[in-house]
Design a protein around this ligand. Structure first.
Ligand code: PMV
Length: 351
């Protein structure tokens, strides 16, 4: 094990460990965004972020060790994964194998219920489920914090999907060694007050994004004159967000989330060349959200690396909000999500 990976994952007592494990994880939507890495290999972010794990769009992933196989087999939604996706999964499994001291290749079979690569956080649920299933299949017994660190290496936002409800991802500290930086960057649950939130998801376009979030982040950090000011104000947003969540103040939670997301998109628009994920229909939905607020409904929008809009509101207002945005969405695809559970093994899946 190289020095930058101290023993945070503990091997299970039995050496004849699980040959197969299945896990399920849900996507999360950030209310304070992760945008920009300070270390691409370790997936260490520039800023802290905070999200809500959803109760919709689960990913279910089975990892089966294939003794004697010379390479991993990756099946996504019933089809062999494309080269790029398969390489990403193998690189992730290599990390797990290194930690487990094992060499067997695996068959990974993953079923997404969310459109892949459309800024609907499929990589978050995907890598959280893969982390949980692969760790169990290779006989590791990580705690939730270690799982979160592991999932982070697959896709940054996946570290938050290890936890249910609201979770903060600590960017971590650079004051010590690389190993210490790695250890310090993981998610953990965030306490909230009396809050009954919903996210109304307006699917403007379910197609894959033109620019990957990885490439877009790099370009933004490298070229956008707005990036540093956003990163500074995002830390303030995070502090205020934690207080608003604790107070159960949905208006404050929504206001902070909306300004944080718009700020993130502003940093991208100022990148050279610009990264633009927002589509005309995105702006139409934003207009509807503004109108809802003018009518006294607490509704606030957030957008990720894609044109889709997630509207935060009270659960009791969710159907009305969904109705208000539906005709702004070309194919009328709107659904209501609530807070969902963290990633977990399916019963009997660990052995
Ligand atoms: O984890 P990635 O590489 O898919 O990045 C996701 C970044 C955003 O969704 C835009 C923001 C976030 O914090 O989830």
């Amino acid at each position: 094990m190289p020095p930058e990976h101290p023993t945070t994952l503990v091997r299970a007592p039995q050496q004849d460990t699980a040959a197969e494990a299945t896990a399920v994880a849900h996507p999360n939507i950030a209310l304070i965004k992760y945008w920009g890495k300070r270390d691409e290999r370790l997936v260490l972010p520039r800023v802290d972020s905070l999200s809500m794990t959803l109760d919709v769009f689960p990913t279910t992933t089975r990892v089966r060790l294939a003794r004697g196989a010379v390479q991993d087999t990756v099946v996504l939604d019933g089809h062999p994964a494309e080269d790029g996706a398969a390489r990403r999964v193998t690189a992730f499994l290599d990390l797990v194998r290194e930690r487990a001291g094992r060499v067997e290749r695996a068959v990974v079979d993953s079923q997404n219920t969310v459109p892949t690569g459309a800024g609907l956080a499929s990589s978050a649920s995907g890598f959280a489920a893969l982390a949980v299933a692969a760790a169990a299949a290779y006989g590791l017994s990580p705690d939730a914090t270690a799982l979160s660190r592991l999932a982070r290496r697959g896709s940054g936002s996946a570290c938050r999907s290890v936890f249910g409800g609201f979770a903060i991802w600590h960017a971590g500290s650079d004051s010590g060694t690389t190993a210490e930086a790695d250890l310090s960057s993981h998610a953990e649950p965030v306490p909230t007050g009396d809050l009954d939130p919903a996210l109304v998801i307006a699917v403007v376009d379910a197609g894959p994004k033109a620019v990957s979030s990885r490439a877009a982040m790099r370009r933004t950090v490298d070229t956008s004159p707005l990036y540093e000011p956003w990163a500074v104000s995002s830390e303030r947003d995070l502090t205020e967000m934690r207080a608003a969540l604790l107070a159960g103040d949905i208006e404050a939670v929504g206001e902070i989330a909306e300004r944080n997301a718009l700020g993130m998109h502003a940093t991208m628009l100022a990148a050279r060349p610009a990264v633009r994920y927002l589509a005309p229909a995105t702006l139409t939905v934003l207009d509807r959200v503004l109108r809802l607020r003018q009518d006294g409904v607490a509704a606030y929008a957030t957008m990720d690396a894609g044109p889709n809009v997630k509207v935060l509101c009270r659960r009791t207002d969710a159907e009305g909000v969904a109705e208000a945005v539906r005709d702004a969405v070309p194919d009328g695809s709107v659904l209501v999500a609530g807070p969902g559970p963290g990633a977990r093994l399916l019963p009997g899946g660990g052995r």
